[in-house]
Design a protein around this ligand. Structure first.
Ligand SMILES: *Cc1c(COP(=O)(O)O)cnc(C)c1O
Length: 236
């Protein structure tokens, strides 16, 4: 067994155990394999182990990888853009990706909607929330989420699916659960206000259990599948 194959099995076992502990169906939690900084060959290896959904953070690197895997005949993968997005770089993302988790302002959403090719299904999007209130982190302020979600949901070529967050690191599971609970409560408020949303994108390698306990429907896992990233080798 290659490490990627074994790591995928171990991550799925963590998700299953956390779901069962929470009284949730393991199938209700989707695994997004975050392949940023890893070459196309690692994605192909994970795909051979049955993984279909991959997350990328950087526009150039992500688009190159989508194209490289399609050229290798792996055209049925599902690509999620999860990194900060500048408004002058939305087009290649709108043309290639199935999901964008990191919509944090209306201008980005408008451009993605305008640039989504007519022959493709609507782009699936999440609004990213700055749940820990850190100045440096991207994401919409919690108080502005409802207004942004209403505007995004009205755009013709996007389907708003839910919320995403990257909380500040916390030591123990109890502390990790707090921001995830806040994100879930925000989603519940939006659902109560009439928005048809079904997605909570939350949880990474170090806090999968806390996120699943609070209702994550997509966990975004890189390190626990592919190993520690070497940012020195990261493409510009
Ligand atoms: C890198 C990244 C991840 C994966 O983080 P790991 O700790 O490697 O699992 C998840 N979500 C986002 C937005 C990321 O940038």
């Amino acid at each position: 067994m290659t490490p990627i194959f074994a790591n995928l099995q171990a991550v799925k076992a963590r998700i299953d155990a956390a779901a069962r502990t929470a009284g949730r169906a393991p199938a209700a939690v989707a695994l997004l394999a975050v392949s940023k900084t890893w070459p196309a060959g690692c994605v192909a290896e994970a795909a051979a182990a049955g993984q279909r959904a991959f997350g990328e953070n950087y526009v150039q690197e992500g688009c190159d990888k989508v194209d490289a895997l399609a050229a290798q005949g792996l055209a049925d993968l599902e690509w999620h853009f999860i990194g900060p997005l500048q408004s002058n770089k939305t087009r290649p993302v709108a043309e290639r990706f199935h999901w964008v988790h990191s919509v944090d302002r209306l201008k980005i959403a408008q451009r993605l909607s305008e640039q989504r090719p007519a022959e493709l299904p609507p782009l699936q999007v999440c609004v990213q929330v700055n749940i820990s209130g850190e100045d440096s982190k991207s994401g919409c302020a919690p108080a502005e989420v409802a207004e942004l979600c209403r505007a995004v949901a009205a755009l013709p070529r996007l389907t708003l699916r839910g919320l995403m967050a990257i909380p500040a690191p916390a030591e123990d599971v109890t502390a990790q659960r707090e921001p995830f609970r806040q994100l879930r409560q925000l989603l519940e408020q939006l659902q109560a206000a009439g928005l048809a949303l079904d997605t909570l994108s939350m949880g990474m390698s170090h806090d999968i259990e806390a996120a699943v306990a609070e209702g994550a429907t997509i966990v975004r896992v890189g390190t626990a599948i592919f190993g520690a990233r070497d940012y020195a080798k990261e493409p510009a």
